[in-house]
Design a protein around this ligand. Structure first.
Ligand code: GDP
Length: 297
């Protein structure tokens, strides 16, 4: 289960308060200390934790929570609200173009789940909006990526545009977009190359593809299981590409939760979707309030 470690620690921290009839300043300080450690252990960004703790403490003291009825319950409410805020408050929908096609460019490191997410999102749009997407296979460096996308397309009956691995990705994107205009596809997904780490060649290629495609949405696909590395990666991609949203994958295997809790606060970019499994229907809209409730257990 995702976040199990964090949930347990937060629950323990709050259980300490619940046992007290009256909560003193010192009790609050101790609880906040435990919450702080729980968040740091979950690999939440240090500055994000600092701001969070300060805000919760100020709200709890300012509102005279400690003197009121049920202080523990009120503190849980404040923690819940602040966790929700930290993750972006509300679900952020996909950017859509006024005229078709809406162009969605995917970016992210190799193995983060780009190709899988293209399939999941295209299927979601097909099912929910009766959309007719076109998938462009522009990851020519990992030959299996093209086969993988073509297989997904075959299974879901969604067309895939590919020119193999010998054509420059910029050219593939140009031709793919021309085809989408000709065929009146309403969405175009561009599956781009990833690397093990951010490097200049990759970033130049992605920046060129962005110039060519003028995407309505640049989704950064991030592996939740990589914690603070995911956050650093997100900053690196965002600096160069100015991404419009994040997809956090592999949340099903993320026992810590640090990336989910930090990415919005650190980059300012919304998490739009979360991947929660390998199957094509394991993609969900990200709701910060629901995620906060889930974390608090
Ligand atoms: P890419 O290199 O970024 O295109 O990554 P892939 O789409 O090939 O995904 C890499 C691996 O991660 C594959 O084995 C996927 O099945 C797996 N994967 C992708 N998203 C998720 C997810 O949300 N949960 C889990 N458990 N696995 C995922």
């Amino acid at each position: 289960m995702a976040f199990e470690g964090l949930t347990e620690r937060l629950q323990n921290a709050i259980a300490g308060l619940r046992r007290k009839g009256k909560v003193t300043d010192a009790d609050l300080r101790e609880t906040m200390r435990e919450i702080r450690l729980a968040l740091l252990e979950a690999d939440v960004n240090f500055d994000v934790v600092k701001t969070f703790i300060k805000t919760v403490r100020e709200r709890a003291t300012g509102a005279k929570v400690l003197e009121g009825l049920n202080p523990a319950q009120q503190i849980v409410k404040i923690v819940d609200e602040e966790l929700t805020k930290m993750m972006g408050e509300e679900a952020t929908p996909l950017n859509k173009s006024a005229k078709i096609p809406t162009v969605i460019m995917m970016s992210g490191l190799q193995g983060a789940g780009k190709t899988t997410t293209v399939g999941k999102l295209a299927l979601k749009l097909k099912n929910e909006e009766n959309a007719r997407p076109l998938l462009i296979a522009a990851d020519i460096y990992r030959p299996a990526a093209i086969d993988q996308l073509e297989k997904l397309g075959d299974d879901m009956k969604i067309p895939v545009f590919s020119l193999g691995t010998d054509v420059n990705p910029r050219e593939i994107v140009k031709q793919g977009l021309a085809l989408a205009h000709e065929q009146h596809n309403d969405y175009v997904f561009i599956d781009t190359a990833g690397r093990l780490q951010i490097d200049q060649d990759l970033m130049n290629e992605l920046a060129d593809i962005k110039d060519i495609a003028q995407p309505d949405e640049i989704l950064l696909v991030i592996d939740a299981m990589t914690g603070q590395n995911a956050v650093q990666t997100a900053e690196g991609f965002d600096e160069r590409l100015n991404v419009t949203g994040v997809v956090l994958t592999k949340l099903d295997g993320d026992t810590r939760g640090g990336a989910a809790l930090s990415i919005r606060a650190v980059t300012g970019k919304p998490i739009k979707f979360v991947g929660q499994g390998e199957k094509m229907n394991d993609l969900d809209v990200f709701y910060p309030d629901r995620m906060s409730s889930r974390i608090l257990g």
